[in-house]
Design a protein around this ligand. Structure first.
Ligand code: NAP
Length: 284
């Protein structure tokens, strides 16, 4: 019989992290009279995006974090979105801002992200957050990468000295998770759509991060025996970027989809919202 990898249970760990965030939110509210508040901004009516925002707001509510939702029509211009985000950035009652993406092809998403004040960028999407995260300074991590690092820590996976291979280089996922792993002294290789012989690279990975958006792209053939496999992919039908059944015969630890990286993303968002509120209400 083939050996089977141990599961990395993101749902259980995220629950613990959200409980800790809730305790901190309650203490902050008691001390300052102000509950942490996350503003969520959604452009258009994409059902998947609406669901994600609803889930995030529900979790906030359960953790004692207020949320304020701004729903904008699909025809919103870049200028209008920038104005909305600038106003939220200046509103002292809002401590964190989440712009749900994608925002639609007619909007300059980067211009919108950059309208979020760095101290409220709890989703970690601005240039400022990328820089502070990469330099290990105080700031906010991109939520999914931050969640992945917590998962590794919880399962005792020490990145230092390991070879981490990240498949994908998007601004919100692949690139920042590589920077966090580098900051933890892993040797990092990035693969992407122009990489030749993907499997030759991934088979060298002690830690393999799949951040692609291609259902079951990575199979047992891509995995070094004993590797730690993190599947951040979330494709229609709850399918990851890793072919779980075959990968689990090679990996030592592996995340399921769903129930691995996804819950950790929301837990990181909530934690960082409480962090943002704590910093902003410090003197209150
Ligand atoms: P993205 O912006 O589309 O980026 C995909 C990356 O994969 C790109 O860098 C692309 O390379 C690379 N790629 C595409 N095809 C490839 C191939 N055949 N071989 C190697 N690399 C390839 O996607 P994303 O936003 O990073 O999301 C990736 C996945 O993670 C999606 O399934 C998404 O749903 C999921 N996700 C999950 C969470 C969560 O909370 N669980 C959060 C965010 C994203 P190029 O740069 O060369 O185009």
């Amino acid at each position: 019989m083939s050996p089977t990898a141990r599961l990395m249970d993101g749902t259980a760990l995220a629950r613990q992290i959200v409980e800790q965030a809730a305790e901190r939110a309650a203490a902050l509210t008691e001390r300052t009279g102000q509950a942490p508040c996350l503003a969520t901004v959604l452009v258009g009516e994409d059902p998947a995006s609406e669901t994600y925002v609803r889930m995030k707001r529900n979790r906030c509510g359960k953790a004692g974090i207020r949320s304020r939702h701004v729903a904008l029509p699909a025809a919103t211009t870049t200028g209008e979105l920038v104005d909305t985000l600038t106003a939220l950035s200046q509103d002292p009652e809002v401590h964190g801002i989440l712009l749900q993406h994608p925002v639609g092809p007619h909007i300059d998403e980067r211009a919108a992200f950059e309208a979020i004040a760095p101290e409220k960028d709890v989703d970690g999407v601005t240039y400022h957050s990328f820089a502070t995260m990469s330099f290990g300074a105080e700031g906010f991590a991109s939520c999914t990468p931050g969640g992945i690092l917590r998962l590794l820590d919880h399962y005792g996976v020490e990145p230092a000295g390991k070879h981490a291979v990240v498949v994908g280089r998007s601004a919100i996922l692949g690139k920042p998770v590589g920077m966090l792993l580098l900051g933890r002294n892993a040797t990092v290789t990035y693969c992407h759509s122009r990489t030749t012989d993907l499997a030759a690279h991934t088979r060298q990975a002690d830690i393999l991060i799949a951040a692609v958006g291609r259902p079951r792209l990575l199979t047992a053939d891509h995995i070094k025996p004993g590797a730690v496999v993190i599947d951040a992919g979330y494709n229609p039908g709850n399918i990851g970027d890793v072919d779980f059944d075959s990968a689990a015969t090679r990996a030592s630890l592996i995340t399921p989809v769903p129930g691995g990286v996804g819950p950790m993303t929301i837990a990181t968002l909530l934690t960082q919202t409480v962090d943002a509120a704590a910093r902003q209400l410090k003197g209150a």
